[in-house]
Every structure is written in C-alpha cells, then in structure tokens.
Design a protein around this ligand. Structure first.
Ligand code: FES
Length: 150
C-alpha cells in the first residue's frame, strides 16, 4: 500500500512541477513580448536603393509587378510620373493588381479599391497602399526599400 501511495505522490509532484514550469515559461515569454512592445527596437532603419531598370521599360499607364527582396511592389507609370506601391492590401494583406481600364488598384479578396495615387477609395481597406520612393539616376530607376541594420 505504501508503494502505491508514494507513486501517486510522485505523479502529483511531477504533474504540478510541469504545470508550474509551463506557467512560468508562458508568463516569462509574455512579459518579454510585452517589454518589447513597450520599448521597441532601437536598431536604425536603413534605406537601400534597388535598381529596377530604365524608365522606358515601364509602359505608360501600366503597373509592372516586381519582387524586390521579398517586397512585392507595382511600379506604375502615369503622365504624372513613376510611382511604386506595395502590392499588399492594407485590409488583410492580399495582393492587389492594377486595372489599366479602370485606372485603379483592385484587391480580389474583399473588393478593396485604390485609386492611382494608392488612396483607398472603396471596400474595407483602412488606409492607402504603402508607397516606396523612386530615385532617378542617369535614366535608371531605383526603388528605395527600407530594412533594418544588423
Ligand atoms: S484583403 Fe484586400 S480588401 Fe480585404
């Protein structure tokens, strides 16, 4: 009988030890994440100019899709110039596409619509498309991509 009693006591002890370890680990992780939320990373942001080619490569009125180091963008050429927007819809992140006929960016997921300046004009998107700066050097276009140093 005594052996059975010891076995139950050991199981209870191990069960509680695992539970407490899990609870402490969970609370520690939560506290760490909360601290990171309160005190954001102080790493400086850097901008990298990525060559996308000559301006003549982009047809007037068209938006050319590109993938620059994981940033999916659309480079649009209109009579006001060349602009680059993120393809990520600001609603839930689906990829938008350009409609040349409608002169709008369209999101297929929930019918979000952006005008050619990237402004959200219909549907659920809460804000405009993210925009990337275009730099022109010697007839070549570069897109300024933000990254973290280190
Ligand atoms: S993800 Fe684009 S409208 Fe919802």
């Amino acid at each position: 009988m005594a052996i059975i009693h010891d076995d139950v006591g050991r199981r209870r002890f191990l069960s509680q030890a695992v539970m407490w370890f899990g609870a402490l680990f969970g609370l520690g992780t939560l506290a760490l994440r909360f601290g990171q939320f309160l005190i954001p990373s102080q790493k400086p942001k850097r901008y990298e100019a990525v060559l996308i080619g000559a301006e003549t490569r982009i047809p007037m009125g068209e938006a050319v899709p590109m993938d620059l180091g994981g940033h999916k963008i659309l480079v649009l050429k209109t009579d006001t110039g060349v602009v680059a927007f993120s393809r990520r819809c600001t609603d839930l992140g689906c990829l938008v596409s350009w409609s040349k006929d409608q002169k709008q960016f369209l999101c297929p997921c929930h019918q979000g619509v952006y005008d050619q300046a990237g402004r959200n004009i219909a549907g659920p998107p809460p804000r405009p498309l993210d925009r990337f700066d275009i730099i022109q050097r010697g007839g070549q276009l570069y897109v300024s991509i933000q990254g973290e140093v280190g």
